[in-house]
Write a protein that binds this ligand. Structure first.
Ligand code: ZN
Length: 270
């Protein structure tokens, strides 16, 4: 089977140090954590940044600082989040794409988060996709619900994204799609045949859905953005989560992709 791409999502928008002391917050912490995760087997780094109060930030300079701190020290594929918390606008979400990166996340529809609406209206999604296409950045289609797959395919049909598409199935978030193997099999049946896909299980689903993805030929995202625990009551660090999923994958007979091997699998332009 194809080698496994492990994406590390170390920070996200929600958890703070008081929830898990291992959460990297500053650009230095994020970069150092990313290097440890790369050593443990990660090949893609999904980046969010925070301000001095640990709140999600929109500041492109902070994204740039993370990238700068990794320059010459890391071969990780940089994936900038275009997620919209922190009262982000289209302009602020688009501005991040000026930071040098090979990939960016693109949520193709709206969904309820546990305590808010994650609003991604059609014109905003199209504008972000167009900006990525113009800059040669590959979108990772963030799929919180089945309908978002149709919206991603529609972007492709309108020339705003190119085959092969790459999907991330976010599963187990309260208010969105469930984290079950039946639903994962269904999601996979809906994407274009040549697409690549990964799974981001939320909370305890990270381990379970990640293992299903390994067995089904998909890829896996882990990290404290989606899950704070190694097991019930035991806090995880990002590198622990990467090490564990890499170990499980090898035990199941799938080797781990290097960043360059991941570039080939994802059809990233060299
Ligand atoms: Zn994210």
């Amino acid at each position: 089977m194809e080698k496994l791409i492990i994406t590390i999502a170390p920070t996200g928008s929600v958890p703070k140090k008081k929830h898990n002391k291992y959460i990297p917050i500053t650009p230095s912490e994020i970069a150092e954590c990313a290097l440890r995760c790369e050593d443990a087997g990660a090949s893609v780094l999904h980046i969010h940044v925070r301000d001095e109060n640990e709140n999600p930030s929109d500041d492109p300079a902070l994204f740039q600082e993370v990238v700068d701190k990794l320059k010459g020290r890391s071969n990780l594929i940089i994936q900038i989040s275009t997620g919209g918390r922190a009262n982000a606008t289209l302009e602020s979400r688009k501005a991040r794409l000026a930071v040098p990166c090979e990939m960016a996340s693109l949520t193709t529809g709206s969904v309820n988060f546990p305590n808010s609406v994650y609003a991604n209206p059609p014109d905003l999604v199209s504008a972000l996709a167009a900006e990525m296409k113009e800059r040669g950045i590959k979108p990772e289609m963030e799929i919180f619900d089945v309908s978002m797959i149709n919206a991603a395919i529609d972007l492709r049909d309108r020339g705003l994204a190119d085959d092969p598409l790459h999907f991330d199935f976010v599963m187990g978030l309260k208010g969105a799609q469930p984290a079950t193997i039946e639903h994962l099999v269904y999601l996979r049946s809906l994407i274009p045949h040549e697409s690549t896909w990964t799974v981001a299980g939320i909370g305890a689903a990270q381990l379970v859905m990640g293992t299903h993805a390994i067995l089904m030929g998909g890829h896996v995202r882990v990290g404290l953005e989606d899950n704070l625990y190694l097991r019930k009551g035991v806090l995880a660090s990002n590198e622990m989560l990467v090490e564990r999923i890499a170990r499980i994958s090898r035990e199941l007979g799938r080797d781990i992709a290097t960043p360059d091997e991941a570039r080939t699998i994802l059809h990233l332009s060299p």
